[in-house]
Write a protein that binds this ligand. Structure first.
Ligand code: PGA
Length: 249
């Protein structure tokens, strides 16, 4: 794993966007895997800026989002559909038909998940997958558990995740308990993975990511099986990692 520690969230965004823009310039029809949450917001802002400056063209780019809350319609203010259009898609020249986000209202969950996997394959696989990390080590909504699911599936959110997500909902009882998420294998099948972590509350999990072995207790630890992962942290998220860790794979 490559480990990049930068000063702050703005520098995380710039470093991540340099990598995304490079991927698009090298392959204009590239396939991006996208994440939601607080951390990537600055990255999407920076991407929009580069687009407005004429440095990047999304007209041939395809995207697949990692996950979507189950039970929320696309139009719900807290859905990841809404998030993605608000923070990125409505500001850039991506084609609507090239945007893929899981449907949080599907009744045919298994079929929908399989179709999502097939669409990723049909597009040639994900070239660059952007990831955040939960304080509990989740990636997408693959929560710590005795067993992890390899493929896109319906996941029950951990108490900790429901609690973390509740900050976005006025009413606690509206916080979704389930989500549909890419599985660990779906994520690991991406050609390149860029994981972002910002802030003190990620310091402990980033330390664990580098210090412990591969364990289902920390789903992100499976990233150590991948040959091209870059972890970008700010000073605070990287405050517990000693520099030797950057050589870890
Ligand atoms: P955050 O979420 O960016 O809001 O901290 C990250 C995640 O849970 O994957």
């Amino acid at each position: 794993m490559q480990y990049i520690k930068v000063d702050n969230g703005t520098s995380i965004a710039q470093t991540a966007v340099d990598m995304i823009v490079q991927a698009i310039q090298q392959k204009p029809h590239c396939v991006l895997g996208l994440a939601t949450g607080s951390t990537p917001i600055a990255t999407y802002k920076e991407l929009i800026k580069r687009y407005e400056q004429g440095n990047v063209d999304f007209s041939q780019v395809t995207t697949f989002n990692l996950d979507e809350y189950y039970g929320l319609a696309a139009s719900h203010p807290q859905s990841y559909h809404t998030y993605m259009y608000h923070h990125l898609f409505k500001h850039i020249n991506i084609k609507k038909q090239n945007i893929h986000i899981l449907d949080g209202t599907t009744k045919q969950i298994e079929k929908h998940c399989e179709q999502y996997e097939n669409k990723i394959k049909a597009c040639g696989g994900i070239d660059l997958q952007l990831l955040g990390i939960g304080r509990n080590g989740h990636i997408g909504f693959n929560e710590p558990a005795e067993q992890l699911q390899p493929r896109t599936h319906l996941a029950r959110l951990s108490k900790e995740t429901v609690q973390a997500n509740s900050r976005f909902f006025t009413n606690k009882k509206d916080v979704p308990q389930y989500a549909i998420t890419m599985g660990v294998r779906t994520i690991l099948a991406a050609k390149k993975i860029v994981l972002l972590a910002e802030g003190h509350d990620k310091a402990e999990i980033i330390e664990k990511l580098f210090q412990t072995g591969i364990t289902t207790d920390i789903p992100a630890s499976f990233l150590r099986l991948h040959h091209d992962v870059t972890v970008i942290v700010d000073e605070r998220a990287g405050s517990k990692v000693n520099t030797a860790a950057k050589e870890l794979r």
